[in-house]
Design a protein around this ligand. Sequence first.
Ligand SMILES: [Fe+2]
Ligand SMILES: [Fe+2]
Length: 203
Amino acid sequence: MKPTKLNETKLQETKLKETKTKETTKPPAVLSDIKARRALARKHIEEGAVTAGYAAERETVIQLLNEALATELVCVLRYKRHYFMATGIHATSVAAEFLEHANQEMQHADSLAKRIVELRGEPNFNPAGLAERSHAEYIEGSSLKDMIKENLIAERVAIESYREMIAYLLDKDPTTQRLLKEILAKEEEHADELSSLLVGMKD
Ligand SMILES: [Fe+2]
Ligand SMILES: [Fe+2]
């Protein structure tokens, strides 16, 4: 079809509209004003990783992380005790599992302490009151089955605590939340391994 004068005018109008739309439609502002953000970052430089946009209740988060730290430390101690005791009763494969868990709980403790410092808090490693601060208990257990059971119970306690902490944080502190989710996944793995060990085990 040959372009008529009317068609041409319409075409020009449409092009003009498109250009105007391109000029006026800016992408939505995802980030706050960069100048204001830089000024705030400079002002509170001593607060390190904690910036003005930190939406969580910092003191509460630090307290929760310290309770999680105590829980991990108690778990290290319990797993270590069980590792040496299980080695003594010639349960090599179970002992190896206990040792692996002890080492992983220590890594969790380290990550939690690191995050506490990033949030300008102080990690509490004080042995006085450690058992009270911990969510999980230190129970020695007399038989191998007892030890596995106690560890499984402690893992289940830790799983619930981490779930609650993650829910509490919502999206207010994504870094802490990510760390807690990683630890939670590991605790679930531990619980699963322990319950597999229990299957078919005599009293
Ligand atoms: Fe852990
Ligand atoms: Fe664990």
